[in-house]
Design a binder for this molecule. Structure first.
Ligand SMILES: Nc1ncnc2c1ncn2[C@@H]1O[C@H](COP(=O)(O)OP(=O)(O)O)[C@@H](O)[C@H]1O
Ligand SMILES: [Mg+2]
Length: 459
């Protein structure tokens, strides 16, 4: 287990992906130096069009924490995750896993397991062998690394022990010390597909078997161990992919939209399973999604990202109740928060061509600097309610009614400003139809204000 520290990370890509770059180069060579100026411009274009996908990302994920990274498609989530895994190099900044700076370590040495959206199972291996594959490999790698990295002292002791054995004439012992693991590996591999009684089980293979069985039990895929990936449903494949990451018992899990290929019901089920598993294992996890519901329901904390920059990092309900800016306010919560531009007059007056009201006292201090200015008022759909006519209330046209059973969503527009559209969440017992003209009250203690120049929330 380990914390993950991301420090001032930047990542730039050339705007042209490799294939596009190749096409341009081909075009250039076709020109065959007839028009030199064109070539120079093209090359300059390639050179000049680097774009920055991650900008000054700072994030500290605690040991054992479930951190969700959420943001719209294309905002840089996968790039950040791939950078942590070591699949992308950083343009600037540092990434620490535990107390190791991993910037220059290859993915295999970061002790991280990644689960992707497309399950990436080995099609010719059974579920059992898919789970065991990483284990067999990491064990071997681990041993090799250990041997390579062994300190002089330890190496000396081993050499001494070896010499001692030889000197004692205990050649058989010496032989088995050196070659037994190799011999065992060969025997294990050669007999792996034989019936159970005929298989050779090395200590290592027994340990792998135990780990595979534990993980299979946790994920409830024991009955699938002998199937091939093509004999599994999407949900089962995804669980095997998760299992493969878990089996390796890494310090950190990285998951990139692992549920997006599943249907809604399975997604909700698997969502809670992943959360439960993570709690049991206590492995530090960074989970990427574009879905705010997933983020809200899974994360210990959520990091909201937009256009390559972190917007806010906080616990789910803190994001909901105290969004730091307009982006977070409209991204977290479904349906999203409504925004209306109003004029503020100190100490507490809110006015709009269609309504006017006095704010609760707490705002007098917070809005002291905004006397006479325009502000963006934010109100969530659940904090508007159908009410009698009043000067403080908003008169609206009902344009769309979505009756969901337990509750109803309305899409409405202000009667005198049709371009101002709002969404409202009301109880299903209220009879409201398309074309109705109704009055809405704003819950006074649920109002948010944003500075229209900076889009920052005013607290
Ligand atoms: N290898 C690459 N070369 C150039 N641009 C890339 C590359 N990978 C990603 N990008 C660009 O970086 C931006 C962020 O992509 P990505 O991290 O995949 O976003 P997300 O996962 O949030 O949808 C996008 O504009 C994408 O086109
Ligand atoms: Mg992505």
């Amino acid at each position: 287990m380990a914390q993950v520290i991301i420090e001032n990370v930047y990542k730039s890509f050339s705007t042209f992906r490799k294939d596009e770059e190749a096409i341009i180069k081909d075009e250039i060579s076709v020109l065959n130096a007839q028009d030199l100026s064109h070539i120079i411009t093209s090359e300059n274009t390639i050179h000049a069009s680097k774009h920055t996908v991650l900008r000054r990302i700072n994030l500290a994920v605690q040991d054992g924490e479930f951190m969700v990274l959420v943001g719209p498609s294309g905002c840089g989530k996968s790039t950040l995750l791939r950078s942590i895994a070591g699949l992308e190099s950083l343009t600037a900044g540092n990434i620490w896993v535990g107390d190791r700076l991993v910037n220059d370590l290859p993915p295999s040495e970061r002790d991280i397991a990644m689960v992707f959206q497309n399950y990436a199972l080995y099609p010719h291996l059974t579920v059992y062998d898919n789970l065991a594959f990483g284990l067999r490999r990491t064990k071997e790698e681990g041993r090799r690394k250990k041997e390579e990295g062994r300190g002089d002292k330890e190496e000396g002791i081993n050499r001494d022990r070896h010499l001692e054995n030889t000197a004692n004439g205990n050649l058989i012992n010496s032989f088995s010390l050196q070659f037994q693991p190799l011999f065992e590996n060969v025997l294990t591999a050669a007999t792996r597909n034989l019936p159970k009684g005929l298989r050779y089980w090395s200590e290592r293979e027994k340990a792998v078997d135990e780990r595979v069985k534990t993980v299979a039990e946790l994920l409830q895929i024991e009955s699938l161990l002998h199937r091939l990936p093509k004999q599994l449903s999407g949900g089962q494949k995804q669980r095997v992919a998760l299992g493969r990451a878990m089996a390796r018992n890494p310090q950190v899990f990285l998951m990139d939209e692992p549920l997006s290929n599943l249907d809604a019901k399975l997604r909700a089920e698997t969502r809670s399973q992943i959360v439960q598993l993570q709690r049991q294992l206590g492995t530090t996890t960074i989970y990427v999604t574009h879905d705010q519901t997933e983020a809200m329901t899974m994360g210990d904390r959520i990091a909201v990202m937009n256009q390559g920059q972190l917007q806010q990092v906080a616990k789910p309900l803190e994001l909901y109740h105290q969004p730091a800016n307009l982006f977070v306010a409209q991204f977290i919560g479904s349906p999203p928060m409504n925004f209306i531009t109003i004029k503020f007059t100190a100490p507490l007056m809110v006015s709009h061509p269609q309504f006017r009201f006095t704010l609760p006292d707490v705002w007098a201090r917070k809005l002291g600097n905004y006397d006479g200015r325009s502000l963006i008022l934010g109100i969530r759909p659940e904090h508007l309610s159908v009410s009698p006519p009043a000067i403080k209330n908003l008169q609206v046209w009902v344009e769309i009614v979505e009756a969901l059973g337990a509750e109803t969503y309305l899409w409405v527009s202000l009667v005198e400003m049709r371009e101002t559209r709002l969404q409202v969440r009301i109880g299903s017992e209220l009879a409201v139809k398309v074309g109705d003209k109704i009055w809405l009250a704003i819950a006074p203690d649920k109002i948010h204000f944003f500075d229209p120049d900076t889009s920052l929330a005013i607290f």
